[in-house]
Ligand binder design. Structure first.
Ligand SMILES: *Cc1c(COP(=O)(O)O)cnc(C)c1O
Length: 396
């Protein structure tokens, strides 16, 4: 016998979500995550992962992980500050800093808790944070934890950012002001106007924070958005995830030695949650080595992305303002987007619909995530399915 209040809350809300077509059923993969996946005993062409470079099942990384397990075991045993810091954590952080060309780096257990921990370690209730209206949920939660004044500016609107930064600065109400943005916006695939953002930051002494989760492994020969725009040294906090292009799990901040020293004593997920396991560290180290050795995977990713984008545009789909491999097909209506995804599933294409609250109401979509692992044949098959289903549902 559980709580009646909980039962009626869940019943009412689940019923409403399902009626509105906003309830998401979670599929179970019976294979590793790669360009072809297996669900319910059937194979699908996967266009839904964040596994941009196919590293989630990379042999070298799998071998490195196994070796680390043999050497260190399966768990770190404690939070980093107590006695969960192993030599392999330090190797990972040194390599991340080198890769990002910063003085230092700190690794977290996920990108989400990196944002939750780092923003609130720097900003407090006497500060203000200028935040892009389409920033990721983990940034929004991180800002809330900081208890700073949150000033949302219109998505990538630099006039609005300038005006709000000027107002905040001239009000004299805040000790510190931060501007925070996704580097690549995850639902539309557009790139933040980082050169203009850092100029505005210079003028008003803003702390700059960029979330490069969809930029690393993709932009700037795989190093990320700061290299893409040649802005080395002009972004205070470069945040990234180790779970998308890098194929494993975790998050990090790269920046000055002082910044990283501070986060190591103040970022709460670092202090109060057990550290990354040794196999994870080893696999990420190998991923960065692969990226440092050659741009082959990054080049193939872009080639595949451009091929798929051209094909979808030719078929007449609205792919929005994408400038990166993230390629939405914007359908609009939530139920139609679900239907579209279901019909593509029947044709052997795995592409999930994305609806409110992940994207605004009325802009439901399916989001294509081509990777370096897809072959031309797979992409052609996917485009064929898009043609068949689009015509069947009168979308093209
Ligand atoms: C995915 C994502 C995160 C969270 O990263 P995880 O490592 O999956 O927790 C944070 N920010 C952005 C912009 C993301 O796309």
């Amino acid at each position: 016998m559980g709580s009646k209040a909980l039962e009626s809350f869940l019943d009412a809300n689940l019923t409403e979500l399902k009626a509105k077509g906003l309830y998401n059923k979670i599929d179970v993969l019976e294979s590793g995550n790669s360009a072809i996946i297996e669900i319910e005993g059937r194979e699908f062409i996967n266009l839904s992962s964040n596994n941009y470079l196919g590293l989630a099942t990379n042999r070298r990384m799998m071998d490195a992980a196994k070796e680390a397990i043999e050497k260190y075991g399966v768990g770190a045993g404690a939070v980093r500050t107590i006695n969960g810091t192993m030599k392999i954590h330090m190797e990972l952080e040194d390599l991340l800093a080198e890769f990002k060309s910063t003085e230092a780096a700190i690794a977290f257990q996920s990108g989400f808790n990196c944002n939750a921990g780092a923003i609130s370690a720097i900003m407090d209730r006497n500060d203000a944070i200028l935040s892009d209206s389409l920033n990721h949920a983990s940034i929004i939660d991180g800002c809330r934890l900081a208890r700073s004044k949150i000033i949302v500016y219109e998505h990538s609107n630099m006039d609005d950012l300038y005006k709000k930064a000027k107002e905040a600065k001239e009000s004299g109400e805040y000790n510190k002001i931060m501007v925070i943005t996704d580097g690549v916006f995850s639902m539309d695939g557009d790139i933040a106007k980082l050169p203009e953002i850092v100029d505005i930051a210079d003028e008003f002494d803003l702390i700059t924070y960029v979330d490069d989760s969809h930029g690393e492994g993709v932009l700037g020969d795989g190093v990320g958005i700061v290299k893409h725009f040649g802005l080395g040294g002009r972004v205070d906090l470069e945040m990234g995830t180790l779970s998308k292009a890098l194929g494993v799990v975790g998050g990090y901040i790269a920046g000055t030695r002082d910044l990283i020293d501070w986060l190591k004593v103040r970022a709460r997920p670092f202090l109060f949650s057990t550290s990354l396991t040794p196999d994870v560290c080893a696999a990420i180290i190998e991923a960065i080595n692969i990226l440092k050795e050659s741009t082959e995977l990054v080049d193939r990713l872009w080639e595949n992305a451009n091929y798929l984008k051209d094909g979808l545009k030719e078929l007449g789909y609205n792919i929005g303002n994408s400038e990166t491999p993230i390629t939405p097909c914007i359908i609009g209506d939530e139920k139609m987007a679900h239907k579209f995804s279901e019909e593509l599933y029947k044709e052997g294409i795995y592409i999930k619909s994305i609806v409110f609250p992940t994207v605004p109401l009325g802009t439901a979509r399916v989001r294509n995530m081509p990777t370096a692992e897809h072959t031309k044949k797979m992409l052609d098959e996917a485009l064929k399915a898009y043609e068949i289903v689009g015509k069947r549902l009168n979308l093209i």
